[in-house]
Write a protein that binds this ligand. Structure first.
Ligand code: SF4
Length: 654
């Protein structure tokens, strides 16, 4: 049965809201399919505003993978700003997709990808506007199956009441498998309704359906056990790993935004996974093992992605791009291919290594220098050993001075505050490092025209990392350290004026900590925050710490716990963690040992270049590291589209 567009109702509201263009759809790369010809229909979302949600790589990949299936239709929906939300409520306009403005509730599956837990309240807004009951148990066959994915899905317990299912790990194959199950269930005449469909999904052992698991608690508030409440679902749910990235060269037809967005570029993921072993880094831990995309596929994707989209910028993305085994050839080959065009190439530079500067210089052949960011993460050598970030002060100064000497006038240094075992002194050492960097840079270049920006993020302990047992510092301690650091940077006025200082206060990190390591009892906090107006918690201008504190105080004590219990409390080795039944492949004993090693400053090497240290992923997931040399090359130079070439270049090469 056809589903009517809500655009006529929406259109009347557009003149009364800010940035209406973000709601109209019609982007290059968007796909509008015939509703009636599709057998399985997905609404996909990154739960934030269009400007953040549209560039999300995960959603773009799944959107394309699904729409390539002849009988599958996928459309996108984003969180609407409060001005439109109020009007939609007043006028009865439901949550809609941007392609054909179809109501989200008409779809079979509503897939939501979470990069951060601070998107949870936006999910509730979208469900509510869609007319989908917030509590998954109140849904019936008229409602889509709500599936969470993304990194936050590795502990979906705080949103267990609101979702029907969660998928851990890579989505490319998972969405097709879910689609096949939905297709078959519908073809069978939807036997057993929604429950039967969820059961079929759960039996795959890679889709987690929270309602099929019960959580028992001990009198002190800790979890006693999480067990299936029916015989035919697995005790543990496993993550998905896509092994051959060359077989999945997406996005091929990237979405080109109509309204302004945070990134406007063609992004190609050059590898997935990271084994550097930074102990705070959830992304690195849960995406193991390392799987590289070949240089040939990367070159082909860049060529086709640019030709399709007309973007002038390419980002070679991954968790640590300079670690691709063929990154040198990749960068010089692409730089040569696009020299003289208006295409700029960039690498997110985070590793403190002079090699990064060489690569950045190679990519800057077009005369466009993108910013250089290095992430030593910890201010003192001691704390860098705790977090397994093997960078010495000499490495950092040498790297930054190399950048200044090669023409960069500005570098950004990224650190964290609140790390396990951290003292005031560890943070104050950041000031000394920054002073030394400026001093050495002025000496090497003979110029005073150099700057660095010190940017500080708050540490949040994450599930499936060695720091999953760690306590957080209260926001007052973080804020005190950040103020002291500012004073220390400016204590030397001469050096201090060449140093920019950016930081977030400790409060949002504490709430992120509550949501990251929370269990099902935290769902009541999320719901209460949302009911009292919580929206867009990832945006500092919308985030209200007090709202979260009040909601936690209102609902947690009756459940025997409180905000501190979830955040500033260290866990012991034998505590059952809310995500223990969700298998990222990492062996819990190995994680515990790595946590203990961190406390003694023991550094763990990278298994790409040293023997396997048995983190557990490869054997448990039946996967292996895939790195070069592959013997593959960039394909021979092919003419770049005339539209991309600068006029003088056309003349020179023409
Ligand atoms: S199992 Fe071994 S080889 Fe595989 S990611 Fe873990 S440490 Fe590396």
């Amino acid at each position: 049965m056809s589903v009517a567009s809500v655009f006529p109702q929406l259109e009347r509201l557009l003149p009364r809201i800010s940035k209406p263009i973000q709601y109209v759809g019609g982007e290059l790369g968007a796909v509008v399919k015939d509703w009636d010809s599709a057998t399985v229909r997905w609404a996909l979302s990154y739960p934030d505003a269009y400007e953040v949600g549209l560039p999300n790589q995960g959603v773009q990949i799944l959107y394309e993978v699904l729409n390539e299936q002849p009988d599958v239709l996928a459309e996108r929906t984003y969180a609407v700003w409060p001005d439109l939300e109020a009007l939609m409520r007043a006028e009865g306009v439901p949550q809609f997709t941007v392609e054909a403005h179809r109501p989200v509730t008409a779809f079979d599956v509503f897939g939501i990808s979470f990069a951060t837990e601070l998107g949870y309240t936006n999910m509730l807004t979208m469900l509510d506007l869609a007319g989908i009951p917030l509590d998954s148990r109140e849904r019936d066959d008229r409602h889509p199956v709500v599936v969470a994915g993304g990194h936050a899905a590795f502990n979906p317990e705080p949103i267990a009441d609101f979702i029907d299912a969660a998928v851990l790990g890579d989505g490319e194959e998972a969405v097709l498998e879910i689609t096949a199950i939905v297709r078959q269930w519908k073809a069978d005449g939807s036997p057993g309704g929604r429950d039967e469909l969820l059961l079929r999904l759960a039996r795959t052992e890679s889709v987690y359906v929270p309602r099929f698991y019960d959580v028992d608690y001990l009198p002190d508030g800790r979890i006693q056990r999480v067990v299936p409440n029916r015989a035919d679902v697995p005790f543990r749910v496993h993550k998905r790993t896509t092994m051959d990235l060359d077989a999945w060269p997406y996005p091929k037809r990237p979405l080109v935004p109509l309204a302004e967005t945070v990134h406007e570029r063609y992004a190609v993921e050059i590898f997935r996974g990271c084994t550097r072993g930074c102990r705070f880094c959830q992304a690195g831990m849960i995406t193991r093992p390392v799987r590289e995309r070949s240089i040939t596929t990367v070159g082909q994707m860049v060529k086709e992605g640019l030709e399709f989209s007309g973007f002038h910028e390419v980002g070679l993305l991954s968790l640590s791009s300079a670690d691709h085994s063929e990154i040198g050839d990749m960068c010089s080959g692409l730089a040569q291919q696009y020299e003289g065009t208006n295409v700029s190439l960039s690498l997110p530079s985070t590793r403190v290594d002079a090699f990064n500067v060489t690569l950045a210089q190679e990519l800057a052949r077009n005369g466009r220098r993108t910013g250089l960011t290095f992430a030593p993460e910890g201010g003192s050598e001691r704390i860098r050993k705790v977090i397994n970030k093997m960078v010495t002060e000499e490495d950092l100064i040498r790297t930054v001075v190399t950048a200044y000497s090669n023409g960069w006038r500005q570098v950004k240094l990224y650190f964290m505050c609140g790390l396990p075992t951290e003292t005031d002194d560890d943070v104050l050492q950041i000031a000394k490092l920054a002073h030394d960097v400026i001093r050495a840079g002025r000496e090497a270049t003979g110029s005073r025209d150099i700057r660095c920006t010190v940017s500080i993020g708050g540490f949040v302990p994450k599930p499936h990392t060695p720091f999953q047992w760690a306590r957080m510092e209260p926001p007052e301690v973080i804020d005190h350290r950040l103020r002291a650091l500012k004073t220390a940077i400016n204590a030397d006025r001469n050096l201090g004026k060449a140093i920019g200082y950016r930081y977030h206060d400790g409060q949002p990190s504490l709430i992120e900590g509550l949501l990251s390591r929370g269990d099902r009892r935290v769902g009541a906090v999320i719901r209460r925050v949302w009911e009292s107006g919580g929206r867009f918690d990832g945006w500092s201008e919308h985030f209200s710490y007090q709202r979260w504190v009040d909601a936690a105080a209102a609902v947690l004590p009756e459940r025997g716990v409180d905000l501190d219990w979830y955040t500033t409390r260290e866990r012991d080795q034998h505590e059952v963690l809310p995500w223990d039944h969700l298998d990222s492949g990492l062996d819990k004993d190995w994680l515990w040992q790595d946590w203990q090693d961190s406390l003694t400053g023991f550094e763990q090497d990278d298994c790409r270049w040293t023997p396997c240290f048995d983190c557990g992923v490869c054997p448990s997931q039946d996967t292996e590291i895939q790195i070069g040399p592959t013997g593959k090359k960039l394909l021979p130079l092919t003419p770049v589209g005339a539209g991309l070439r600068m006029p003088e270049a056309v003349h020179r090469h023409g």
